[in-house]
Design a protein around this ligand. Sequence first.
Ligand code: AHR
Length: 503
Amino acid sequence: MLTARLTIDPHFTVGTVNRRLFGSFVEHLGRCVYDGIYEPGHETADDEGFRGDVIELVKELGVSAIRYPGGNFVSGFRWEDSVGPVAERPRRLDLAWHSTETNEVGLHEFSSWLRKVDSELMLAINLGTRGTLEALDILEYCNITSGTALSDQRIANGATDPFGVAMWCLGNEMDGPWQLGHRSAEDYGKIASRTAKAMRQVDPSLELVVCGSSSAHMPTFGEWERVVLTHTYEDVDYISCHAYYEEKDGDLASFLASAVDMDRFIESVVATADHVKAVLGSDKTINISFDEWNVWYIERYHGVDKIEGLDNWPVAPRLLEDAYSVADAVVFGSLLISLLKHADRVTSASLAQLVNVIAPIMTEPGGPAWRQTTFFPFAVTSRLATGRALEVKLETPTYATTVYGEVPVVDAVATSDPETGLTSVFLVNRSQTDEVTVTISVPALGDVAVREAHTLADADSTASNTLADRERVGLVKNTSVSVVGDEVTVVLPPISWTAISLG
Ligand code: AHR
């Protein structure tokens, strides 16, 4: 039996937990939109064709802002195709995913769906195959109240009120050779700066995200951030980070420690942004929009669902439909812990993605929708991690990994909400064999009682929820939690994620 000790004091804060940390991402990719959020013939579909069962699950997940419409898709996207009478919208080749985009769901429909799920729109613009003028056009269409060609066109298309989009991503993964319109950091930095300046001439209050690296393992990582921020520092508010993790070569020990990589990634980007700040003598601070993160089996399924052929461009094919295991959900929960530990600088994040495509929610056409294992850590963290993220003191055993060296067996973070008086603790146990008894010392909290304690674990860490067995994995109440004086004790099973709420 292993032991660990965690000390929590609400006076030691990292930063406010921005609700935007619990954002997600809907891309026109595979069955995320079509057969995902939208399936007109489905028995739960509303009068706009949106699946009611999916709407309910998205609300339960607790998603704040949603990045849209891509992803790689956005670099070939002509936004004008996605507005106006649906019957007149063109069908287009989507080069990113070798599919046909019907444009049946576009800006208006997606905005309407967002209202149903109580989420904010975070719009990505195409800086791959398009430029500043098109960015200004979509901004005018979305945000100007009336009296101009494009705002009046929006009104004629049925939206009297502007969409009021606050947060805009200046392209997507422009460092990636796979990206349509991929550029050097110099070239991208210049077009991003020009576009940001032009957009701010329309509305200085916009929140703008410049593309960082598509992974910390890109050959240009670090230098890309430095060059791009040198061009755009005063023009933008955020730099993006993207990271996907997977178990490689059967190395579960390293995979379970993926959040170590996320911690280092965030800290490197913060250091680079602050370096540029110092060089420029700026008093402005750039924060991180971690606008793609998840577990994704890119290598395991590499090429498996690849579509090819000059005349083979299917509509909504099954792509990237990873089924997540308990171990995946534990890693996923630890990635949320990493984001919270850096809440002072990571003030926006988007789980990539939301439905069917590397997603917490799966659907079957004409059939049910269900929660993947990753649904649970997200929903609980989104609900309980409010107020301020705390700097905790953690004493834990360590273990050796091939990829990250010696890493902590337990990882943890806590939040404290002065408004509700609740303190929440999120923990993972990365040991594959041992339970860990964690003593949580809370002398500064006064008398505490356990409000909730949930654990995700299973004797079979490969178990997942599937169409055939949709509720195989779920949260269980952690009955080991006890309070004695100013100490809370909890037992964490091997390969597990736990959340405790104290009041
Ligand atoms: O989320 C899937 C893809 O991953 C996105 O389209 C792209 O931005 C990233 O490479």
